[in-house]
Design a protein around this ligand. Structure first.
Ligand code: ADE
Length: 234
Protein backbone atom coordinates (compact mmCIF):
# COMPACT_ATOMS: atom_id res chain seq x y z
CA UNK A 1 0.00 0.00 0.00
CA UNK A 2 1.23 3.47 -0.88
CA UNK A 3 -0.06 6.42 1.14
CA UNK A 4 0.38 9.96 -0.13
CA UNK A 5 -0.32 12.73 2.36
CA UNK A 6 -1.31 15.95 0.61
CA UNK A 7 -0.62 18.53 3.28
CA UNK A 8 1.02 21.86 4.00
CA UNK A 9 2.47 20.37 7.19
CA UNK A 10 4.18 17.02 6.58
CA UNK A 11 6.15 17.46 9.84
CA UNK A 12 2.90 16.93 11.73
CA UNK A 13 2.67 13.48 10.17
CA UNK A 14 6.07 11.96 9.57
CA UNK A 15 7.05 11.48 13.24
CA UNK A 16 4.32 8.87 13.53
CA UNK A 17 6.16 6.53 11.16
CA UNK A 18 9.47 6.76 12.99
CA UNK A 19 8.62 4.14 15.58
CA UNK A 20 6.66 0.99 16.31
CA UNK A 21 4.49 -1.21 14.10
CA UNK A 22 4.13 1.08 11.10
CA UNK A 23 7.88 1.70 11.00
CA UNK A 24 8.39 -2.08 10.77
CA UNK A 25 5.76 -2.33 8.01
CA UNK A 26 7.61 0.35 6.01
CA UNK A 27 10.90 -1.52 6.48
CA UNK A 28 9.18 -4.70 5.24
CA UNK A 29 7.99 -2.75 2.14
CA UNK A 30 4.35 -3.37 3.06
CA UNK A 31 3.79 0.39 3.28
CA UNK A 32 5.28 3.32 1.42
CA UNK A 33 4.74 6.90 2.59
CA UNK A 34 4.94 9.98 0.33
CA UNK A 35 4.19 13.65 0.89
CA UNK A 36 2.89 16.29 -1.50
CA UNK A 37 2.88 19.95 -0.45
CA UNK A 38 0.24 21.99 -2.31
CA UNK A 39 2.43 25.07 -1.78
CA UNK A 40 4.96 23.57 -4.22
CA UNK A 41 2.25 23.83 -6.91
CA UNK A 42 1.13 27.39 -6.18
CA UNK A 43 1.53 29.77 -9.13
CA UNK A 44 1.25 32.77 -6.81
CA UNK A 45 4.50 34.69 -6.63
CA UNK A 46 4.50 34.37 -2.85
CA UNK A 47 3.43 30.68 -3.03
CA UNK A 48 0.15 31.64 -1.37
CA UNK A 49 -2.31 28.76 -0.98
CA UNK A 50 -5.28 30.35 0.78
CA UNK A 51 -7.61 33.31 0.68
CA UNK A 52 -10.63 34.85 2.39
CA UNK A 53 -13.99 33.15 1.83
CA UNK A 54 -16.58 34.53 -0.61
CA UNK A 55 -19.76 35.38 1.25
CA UNK A 56 -17.87 36.22 4.44
CA UNK A 57 -17.02 34.09 7.42
CA UNK A 58 -13.96 33.92 9.62
CA UNK A 59 -10.65 32.42 8.52
CA UNK A 60 -8.96 31.48 5.29
CA UNK A 61 -9.98 28.86 2.74
CA UNK A 62 -7.47 26.82 0.72
CA UNK A 63 -7.54 27.91 -2.95
CA UNK A 64 -8.39 25.51 -5.75
CA UNK A 65 -5.33 26.12 -8.00
CA UNK A 66 -2.52 24.53 -5.92
CA UNK A 67 -4.70 21.53 -5.02
CA UNK A 68 -6.05 21.03 -8.58
CA UNK A 69 -2.48 21.00 -9.91
CA UNK A 70 -1.13 18.79 -7.10
CA UNK A 71 -3.94 16.24 -7.52
CA UNK A 72 -3.75 16.26 -11.35
CA UNK A 73 -0.05 15.53 -11.05
CA UNK A 74 -0.71 12.70 -8.58
CA UNK A 75 -3.38 11.15 -10.83
CA UNK A 76 -1.15 11.41 -13.89
CA UNK A 77 1.48 9.35 -12.05
CA UNK A 78 -0.97 6.71 -10.77
CA UNK A 79 -4.46 6.44 -12.26
CA UNK A 80 -5.48 4.05 -9.45
CA UNK A 81 -4.86 6.50 -6.64
CA UNK A 82 -7.91 6.65 -4.33
CA UNK A 83 -8.36 10.23 -3.10
CA UNK A 84 -9.77 10.74 0.40
CA UNK A 85 -10.53 14.16 1.91
CA UNK A 86 -10.61 14.74 5.67
CA UNK A 87 -13.16 17.21 6.92
CA UNK A 88 -15.58 17.41 9.85
CA UNK A 89 -18.41 17.79 7.29
CA UNK A 90 -18.64 14.16 6.18
CA UNK A 91 -19.67 10.64 7.06
CA UNK A 92 -17.89 9.26 10.10
CA UNK A 93 -15.08 6.78 9.41
CA UNK A 94 -15.74 3.29 10.87
CA UNK A 95 -13.96 -0.09 11.07
CA UNK A 96 -15.69 -1.40 7.93
CA UNK A 97 -14.21 1.52 5.98
CA UNK A 98 -10.78 0.62 7.35
CA UNK A 99 -11.16 -2.98 6.13
CA UNK A 100 -12.49 -1.94 2.72
CA UNK A 101 -9.79 0.67 2.12
CA UNK A 102 -7.05 -1.81 3.10
CA UNK A 103 -7.62 -3.50 -0.29
CA UNK A 104 -6.58 -0.36 -2.27
CA UNK A 105 -3.09 -0.05 -3.73
CA UNK A 106 -2.65 3.71 -3.25
CA UNK A 107 -4.58 6.14 -1.04
CA UNK A 108 -4.02 9.90 -1.02
CA UNK A 109 -5.22 11.76 2.09
CA UNK A 110 -5.95 15.42 1.48
CA UNK A 111 -5.84 17.50 4.66
CA UNK A 112 -7.31 20.96 4.89
CA UNK A 113 -5.99 23.63 7.22
CA UNK A 114 -7.48 27.03 7.98
CA UNK A 115 -11.26 27.11 7.60
CA UNK A 116 -11.25 24.31 5.03
CA UNK A 117 -10.83 23.62 1.34
CA UNK A 118 -12.61 25.31 -1.58
CA UNK A 119 -15.55 22.96 -2.20
CA UNK A 120 -14.74 22.69 -5.93
CA UNK A 121 -11.62 20.69 -5.10
CA UNK A 122 -13.68 18.14 -3.17
CA UNK A 123 -16.34 18.06 -5.93
CA UNK A 124 -13.76 17.35 -8.60
CA UNK A 125 -11.28 15.00 -6.91
CA UNK A 126 -12.84 13.22 -3.93
CA UNK A 127 -13.38 9.48 -4.20
CA UNK A 128 -14.46 9.60 -0.55
CA UNK A 129 -14.76 12.16 2.23
CA UNK A 130 -14.49 11.27 5.91
CA UNK A 131 -14.81 12.85 9.33
CA UNK A 132 -13.26 11.12 12.34
CA UNK A 133 -15.87 12.43 14.78
CA UNK A 134 -18.13 15.25 15.81
CA UNK A 135 -15.51 17.78 16.88
CA UNK A 136 -13.35 20.29 15.02
CA UNK A 137 -9.59 19.78 14.76
CA UNK A 138 -7.21 22.53 13.65
CA UNK A 139 -6.60 20.59 10.45
CA UNK A 140 -7.08 17.24 8.73
CA UNK A 141 -3.55 15.90 9.41
CA UNK A 142 -4.40 14.08 12.64
CA UNK A 143 -7.53 12.68 11.01
CA UNK A 144 -5.52 11.39 8.03
CA UNK A 145 -3.13 9.63 10.43
CA UNK A 146 -6.07 8.06 12.23
CA UNK A 147 -7.37 6.60 8.95
CA UNK A 148 -3.89 5.52 7.85
CA UNK A 149 -3.27 3.69 11.11
CA UNK A 150 -6.68 1.99 11.20
CA UNK A 151 -6.41 0.92 7.54
CA UNK A 152 -2.83 -0.35 7.86
CA UNK A 153 -3.70 -2.79 10.66
CA UNK A 154 -5.94 -4.58 8.16
CA UNK A 155 -3.19 -5.11 5.60
CA UNK A 156 -1.81 -8.65 5.61
CA UNK A 157 1.53 -8.79 7.41
CA UNK A 158 1.36 -5.39 9.15
CA UNK A 159 0.35 -6.85 12.52
CA UNK A 160 2.43 -9.77 13.72
CA UNK A 161 -0.58 -11.81 14.82
CA UNK A 162 -3.68 -11.73 12.60
CA UNK A 163 -5.74 -13.27 15.47
CA UNK A 164 -5.59 -9.92 17.20
CA UNK A 165 -7.79 -8.51 14.43
CA UNK A 166 -10.78 -10.79 14.80
CA UNK A 167 -11.62 -10.49 18.50
CA UNK A 168 -11.45 -6.74 18.74
CA UNK A 169 -14.12 -4.15 19.42
CA UNK A 170 -16.05 -3.20 16.26
CA UNK A 171 -15.19 -6.44 14.49
CA UNK A 172 -18.48 -7.45 16.16
CA UNK A 173 -21.04 -4.97 17.60
CA UNK A 174 -19.82 -5.80 21.15
CA UNK A 175 -16.89 -3.93 22.69
CA UNK A 176 -13.90 -6.09 23.50
CA UNK A 177 -13.79 -7.73 26.97
CA UNK A 178 -11.30 -6.23 29.48
CA UNK A 179 -7.75 -7.61 29.46
CA UNK A 180 -5.44 -8.22 32.41
CA UNK A 181 -1.75 -8.98 32.76
CA UNK A 182 0.64 -9.82 35.59
CA UNK A 183 0.70 -9.45 38.55
CA UNK A 184 -2.52 -11.11 39.81
CA UNK A 185 -2.90 -8.50 42.55
CA UNK A 186 -1.83 -4.91 42.24
CA UNK A 187 -2.62 -2.01 44.57
CA UNK A 188 -5.28 -4.24 46.23
CA UNK A 189 -6.96 -4.83 42.85
CA UNK A 190 -7.29 -8.42 41.64
CA UNK A 191 -7.67 -10.01 38.22
CA UNK A 192 -11.11 -11.77 38.04
CA UNK A 193 -10.41 -15.24 39.44
CA UNK A 194 -11.96 -17.15 36.48
CA UNK A 195 -9.37 -15.56 34.16
CA UNK A 196 -6.67 -17.28 36.24
CA UNK A 197 -8.12 -20.80 36.42
CA UNK A 198 -7.58 -21.77 32.79
CA UNK A 199 -11.05 -23.22 32.02
CA UNK A 200 -11.43 -21.81 28.53
CA UNK A 201 -15.15 -22.31 28.12
CA UNK A 202 -15.81 -20.52 31.45
CA UNK A 203 -13.38 -17.76 30.45
CA UNK A 204 -15.17 -17.39 27.09
CA UNK A 205 -18.61 -17.00 28.71
CA UNK A 206 -17.24 -14.60 31.35
CA UNK A 207 -15.61 -12.51 28.63
CA UNK A 208 -18.89 -12.42 26.69
CA UNK A 209 -20.77 -11.28 29.82
CA UNK A 210 -18.16 -8.59 30.49
CA UNK A 211 -18.27 -7.48 26.85
CA UNK A 212 -22.04 -7.09 27.13
CA UNK A 213 -21.69 -5.08 30.38
CA UNK A 214 -19.10 -2.75 28.85
CA UNK A 215 -21.14 -2.28 25.70
CA UNK A 216 -24.33 -1.60 27.67
CA UNK A 217 -22.53 1.04 29.74
CA UNK A 218 -20.44 2.79 27.08
CA UNK A 219 -22.21 2.10 23.78
CA UNK A 220 -25.80 0.91 24.35
CA UNK A 221 -26.69 1.44 20.68
CA UNK A 222 -24.10 -1.23 19.77
CA UNK A 223 -25.83 -3.74 22.05
CA UNK A 224 -29.11 -3.17 20.20
CA UNK A 225 -27.25 -3.86 16.95
CA UNK A 226 -25.94 -7.14 18.41
CA UNK A 227 -29.44 -8.21 19.51
CA UNK A 228 -30.86 -7.40 16.07
CA UNK A 229 -28.07 -9.40 14.43
CA UNK A 230 -28.78 -12.40 16.72
CA UNK A 231 -32.54 -12.39 16.06
CA UNK A 232 -31.83 -12.16 12.32
CA UNK A 233 -29.54 -15.22 12.54
CA UNK A 234 -32.25 -17.30 14.31
N1 ADE B 1 -10.63 18.38 10.12
C1 ADE B 1 -11.03 19.12 11.18
N2 ADE B 1 -11.80 18.41 12.01
C2 ADE B 1 -11.92 17.16 11.46
C3 ADE B 1 -12.60 15.97 11.83
N3 ADE B 1 -13.35 15.90 12.93
N4 ADE B 1 -12.50 14.90 11.02
C4 ADE B 1 -11.76 14.96 9.89
N5 ADE B 1 -11.09 16.06 9.48
C5 ADE B 1 -11.17 17.16 10.25
Amino acid sequence: MTYTFVTLFSNLIDGYFKDSILKRAIEKNLLEINYVNPRDYSVNKHSKVDDTAFGGGAGMVMNPQPLFDALDDLKSKDENVHIVFLTPVAKQFVQNDAKRLATKSHIAFVSGRYEGIDERVIEKYADEVFSIGDYILTGGELASLVLCDAISRNIEGVLGNSDSLTVESFETPLLEAPSFSKPKDYDSLSVPSEYLKGNHSIIRSLKLALSECKTKFFRPEQLLKQRRRKSYEK
